[in-house]
Design a protein around this ligand. Sequence first.
Ligand code: ADP
Length: 584
Amino acid sequence: MEKQPFSLLSLIRYLKPYWHWVLLAPFAMFLEAYMDLLQPALMKRIVDDGVMASDQALVFRTGLQMFCYALLGACGGCLCTYFSSKAAMGFGNDVRKALFFRIQQLAFEQTDRFTAGSLTVRLTSDIGTLQFLVISLTRMLLRSPFLLFGSIVFVIRTDWHLALPLLLSAPLLIFAVVCWMRKLIPLFQKRLEQSDSLNAKMQETLIGIRVVKAFDTEKGEASRFEVLNRALSDTDLKSGYLHSTLGPALSLIQHLTVVVILIVAAYEANSGLVKAGEIAAIVNWVSQVMMSLIHLSFMTMHFSRAVISAHRVLEVLETEPAIRDGEEKNAPEDGSVEFRDVTFAYPGSSGLPVLEHISFKAPMGTHIAIVGATGSGKTTLLNLLARFYEPDSGEILVGGRSIRTYALDSLRSIMGIVLQNPRLFAGTVFENVRWGRPDASDEEVEDVLRIAQADRFVSRFPQRGATNVAQGGVSLSGGQKQRLSIARALIREPKILIFDDATSAVDPVTERLIWDSIRARFRRTTVLSVAQRASSLQAADRILVLEKGRIVGFGTHDELLQNCEIYKEIIDSQITPTDRKEGV
Ligand code: ADP
């Protein structure tokens, strides 16, 4: 995508709901700017007709008038800030919502490509920059040109000779701004990229903080963080330095212009061509011209910065999700599953298939356990069923229809998924379980907690189901987290239950109890579970054995013991001499 100013136009649609604020802001601003423009004229009157003519009454009247105009101007300024903030905040909220929504629609491979760190910066800093642009556009875009041209007109009307130095210095000022911007804009871009990397590092370390501590690598992590941190602050320092020199350079030009005008004015005053009040007013208008030019130049800089941010936001907003919704809005009627000659390689990887020619059937209500060495493709197979990725060839059917034909939410609405590393969210136990189905009653939540064998440990928590877990709450063991995640999946009353090594941290006795309760209560639910332990494999109706992405066995425990060498090896590796004696 090209970084063109047009990128900003694509975002204008998000300002539509706030068009009334966008229109009201310049109106209020006109009031403020017009009052600013009139002040020097009043000042001229006070000096020339009041002070010089010793007319106290006129000085008082005009002073009062100046005060009223200033008050009106201040009201206009406040209203303008209020209106433009309303527009900018509404706009920012909507863009952030749309962006967050789009991020959630993207396939894993796409979010991985953008990286979580960069997506966070896009959701926060980049949108903040765009909000700031809306504020400065609604405030300054009309105000500055209005004051600029208004002041020039007033100066010319008062004494056109004195307008000449002003007209000559304006191009000098614009030239200075262009030179600075050529240096600053690449720094803005660089800063955002460095911010992305710093964020990615921060997230990685915070998520893996336990591993960092366990391996005592805090110092190494801190120095890696410091490298990125220093790069970012160096760029900040450079752009801050450039920024800080621009202001004084512009004000130098401004003061030089005023000095030249005063020299010309002094010359004219000697010949009686200009009065003291007129000179004071002209100096005031000249300051306004210069200030307007400075504001316009800073706005151009914000604009360039916002173009980069708009590009980064649009890059995500306009990325079409790699996995598209199907037409069928109704959820599958039953949970039968069939893989037909499925082959898959991860997008962006070496291209070697992770799964090859996978075909098997799981009729409604059956439990298929998947077993195989690490890296044999077990998790990938479940990921394909949940349509987190799309197979390169072959077809996956649920309820007799290809899963591509269903809308994603319809397909996933019949699934209860427990991932390898279950993640709970900030909130109570009950809230975490209800995450699976928000309208579930307390009785239903308690019921699934019982099935997941979580009721006993939850009842020992200080506030039972109302106890906070995750952030700021009780800390849970791996097995407890797994059981709450199982309850969260079960509350959906799924037609398909997907367990990715979901009971690995639960003791074998409890695991058996969980499977027995699930089978008793969810008879019509198809279960696909990745499992390693012999005890949990035996709970399944059939077992699918994977090796290097291929099926090397599919049958019951007894059948596989007879005819699948790899399965026999897996089971043998887990049987202790005592088990052997007892004939397990
Ligand atoms: P298992 O669950 O049997 O341990 P996986 O299905 O997780 O195996 O992984 C199968 C293979 O796919 C492994 O070689 C792994 O490195 C690779 N793999 C897994 N996830 C990704 C990914 N997101 N991108 C690229 N390769 C992946």
